[in-house]
Structure formats: C-alpha cells, structure tokens
Design a protein around this ligand. Structure first.
Ligand code: MN
Length: 196
C-alpha cells in the first residue's frame, strides 16, 4: 500500500467561521489528522517488515492500530470535503434531496435522525450517512473511528463529534455544534458521492 499523506484542506482554515473556528481547524487538521496519518503509516510499515522477515510483530495490536488510524485518516479526509463556508439557506437539492426523502420520509426527518444519532454517540465518534450498492441510505453512529461499522455501506456524509472537533468553540454543548453544523455542509459533494 502507498504511503499515506495528509490531504490539504479544500478551503482556508478560517473558511468555516463562525461555525467552526480557525483555531479548531488548525489543530484538528494539522495535529490530529496528521497523527492518524503517521500512525497508520507506522502500522503499514510494521506489516511490510514482518512480511520480509525483518521484524516480529504483535498482529493484534498492529491491526488494532491500523483499523483505528487508517479509518481516522479516511473519515477526516471525507469530513473536510463535506464542508464549505456557512450559508444559512444550505439545503440538499436535486438527486440527494430525492434520495433523502425516499429513504427517510422527509428532509426534516432525515436531519432529525442524523442530529439525534450524532449528538448521542457514546464518548468519541461520528455520525454518518451511509449507502450500499443499491443506494439504500442509513444513518449510523461510529464510535472512535471504526466501531459499529456496517459491512458494505460507504459513508457519504460524516460529522466528527470527538471533543477536539468542537470543544474550543462550544464547550460541552455538543447539541449546539451538531445543530449549527447543517449550515456548512457541501451538499454538491455529498450528491457526487451518492452517485459514484
Ligand atoms: Mn477528529
């Protein structure tokens, strides 16, 4: 597997203000996401060395680290792409709108289910809108970066509710962050991923 690298943000660090501050974005992207990239590369390197007989490894702990850190890298890479500058009239349109209504009954229902799912994640984790090959949609919780995952379902929209994602701006008010977050979603990108 190719060595992983930290993707650049598709906008400036302050682009999501006042919903998400520049300081959070700097720490979240440059420190946290970089940390997952480095640790995932280390796990991959340990596996390569073991295959060449150069190193004895503890498979259980290396694979645990690979799952946590590689998923951390993939989830954050998606998360940055999910967002753009805030716009209070930001709503899903066209095909993604139709798909949400078909699967959840209405946009209000979908938002309600996604917000409740996301704000009630136990400890550190994510809310995710996922699809399967038939384009069935579900909203799921992901604990840490990798637990409660459903095989065959790919995330098309994710929200990070680890404390590092909101605590500097919202303190303990996770609900408020989850609520404000609707105005920074890049629905064009979500639709593209739905149709992929
Ligand atoms: Mn994060």
């Amino acid at each position: 597997m190719k060595k992983l690298t930290l993707p650049k943000l598709p906008y400036k660090y302050n682009a999501l203000e006042p919903i998400i501050s520049k300081r959070i974005m700097e720490l979240h992207h440059d420190i946290h996401h970089q940390g997952y990239v480095n640790a995932a590369n280390q796990a991959l390197e340990s596996l390569t060395k073991a295959r060449k007989g150069k190193k004895q490894i503890d498979y259980k702990s290396v694979l645990k680290s690979l799952s946590f850190n590689l998923n951390g890298h993939l989830m954050h890479s998606l998360f940055w792409q999910n967002m753009r500058s805030p716009n209070s009239k930001n709503e899903p349109m066209r095909k993604i709108r139709k798909a949400l209504i078909k699967n959840f009954g209405s946009i209000v229902n979908f938002k309600n289910e996604f917000s409740k799912t996301t704000s009630t994640v136990e400890g550190s984790g994510w809310g995710a809108l996922v699809k399967n090959k038939d384009n069935d949609l579900l909203v799921i919780q992901i604990e840490k970066h990798n637990l409660l995952h459903l095989t065959g379902f790919t995330p098309i929209l994710v929200n990070d509710v680890w404390e590092h994602a909101y605590y500097l701006d919202y303190a303990n008010k996770r609900d408020e962050y989850v609520d404000q977050w609707w105005s920074v979603i890049n629905w064009d990108k979500v639709e593209k991923r739905l149709l992929k």
